[in-house]
Design a protein around this ligand. Structure first.
Ligand SMILES: C[S@@+](CC[C@H](N)C(=O)[O-])C[C@H]1O[C@@H](n2cnc3c(N)ncnc32)[C@H](O)[C@@H]1O
Length: 344
């Protein structure tokens, strides 16, 4: 949403507004740069230097930054990583953040390896929206892409999440030509049979992630494949939503239980309505996933910065946010951290 679209009552005078009048209401917090999978499109097999524990924001620091952001108009926070569930006692952080007055939605993105045992406590402690990442429904491919043999644990995690009936449950699948583009209909069938939103994500370039333009399957190509078996009907959505959302019906007109979406960052980017800010696990604000500038809050907070000074740094980061990210091929050449280091 941009400032001019916002109804007057929604305009917080302290709102986080950038130079292009975009109002920022959504914060993604990476709680760790570590992961128990090694997805090839997210991180190189070797060579990542993980942050030491003391370099990560503590739970108290995360809570402080989150509270400041909520006072500045953030209404949705997503915990991500790395894998957020490998951070010890993550459910305690969830409980603390869910209690911040003014926060409407606390969400998490997870690979679901540890969800089987934790789905219940996460929901109880305040996670309303859960995104699970799974790129293939085939065990041997899962091992190939994640370099870990954990398909069964993930599947169990997904079943636990379905049983918990979260307010919002999504399955993220990065579609890569020659790897899993032959599974689009299998994922659509999963969405048809379950109360879940399956989101097909266009493959994005990050440092050392084996990206090339030939591997990108555009959302238009994906829609053409799905339409061979299903009728897709657009669902109108929040203008700042990153997905293009569709309901599904089979050839007999029977409606599906779930929905499908396409995250079109490569073929049709949504920068003009971007409402997101990120905090990396080591405590930097990043105003754009693809813009390398990071403003480190951690050291200033540890040196005694006041809330007003932290706010000033957040606003400075926002003032650097570009109007739009560069085209895909240019991005693949630019200097940025890996996805796992930034926090997805
Ligand atoms: C980096 S992961 C972090 C959270 C958690 N470990 C998980 O697996 O969901 C967050 C999301 O980023 C997506 N992602 C990572 N690298 C990507 C890429 N190159 N292109 C598109 N999406 C990517 C993943 O598929 C996942 O859904």
């Amino acid at each position: 949403m941009t400032l001019s679209d916002a109804p007057a009552k929604m305009q917080n005078k302290n709102a986080l507004i950038d130079n292009f009048q975009r109002v920022h209401t959504y914060l993604r917090i990476s709680v760790t740069d570590r992961c128990n999978l090694r997805c090839a499109y997210c991180m190189p097999a070797e060579g990542i230097v993980y942050r030491q524990k003391k370099e990560l924001l503590t739970f108290e620091e995360i809570e402080r930054v989150a509270s400041i952001m909520v006072r500045l108009g953030v209404t949705k926070i997503r915990l991500t990583g790395g894998e957020p569930m490998v951070r010890r006692d993550i459910e305690k952080l969830v409980y603390k953040l869910a209690g911040i007055e003014g926060l409407k939605t606390l969400a998490m993105t997870t690979n679901a390896t540890l969800l089987g045992e934790k789905a219940g406590v996460l929901k109880k402690n305040g996670i309303k929206a859960l995104n699970i990442s799974l790129d293939t429904l085939r065990r041997e491919r899962f091992l190939q892409v994640t370099r870990r043999d954990q398909f069964d644990q993930v599947w169990q995690g997904i079943q636990s999440a379905l049983a918990q009936d979260f307010e919002e449950l999504k399955l993220n699948s990065v579609v890569m030509s020659g790897f899993n583009d032959d599974e689009l209909l299998d994922f659509a069938e999963f969405a048809f049979n379950n109360k879940i939103n399956v989101r097909f994500i266009e493959f994005m370039p990050f440092k050392d992630n084996e990206w090339n333009i030939e591997k990108v399957v555009t959302y238009k190509e994906m829609i053409a494949t799905l339409e061979s078996c299903y009728k897709l009907t657009p669902i109108s959505a929040d203008p700042s939503a990153v997905g293009k959302d569709f309901s599904l019906a089979d050839k007999n007109g029977k409606p599906g239980k779930g929905t499908v979406s396409f995250i079109t960052s490569m073929s049709d980017s949504f920068c003009s309505t971007c409402n997101r800010l990120r905090i990396t696990a080591d405590g930097s604000v990043k105003s754009c996933l693809f813009y390398p500038a990071e403003i480190n809050l951690r050291d200033r907070m540890r040196d005694g910065a006041t809330d007003a000074e932290v706010e000033e740094m957040i606003r400075y980061s926002l003032s650097l946010k570009p109007e739009a990210h560069a085209p895909a091929e240019e991005l693949s050449q630019s200097e940025n951290r890996t996805m796992i280091e930034i926090g997805g």
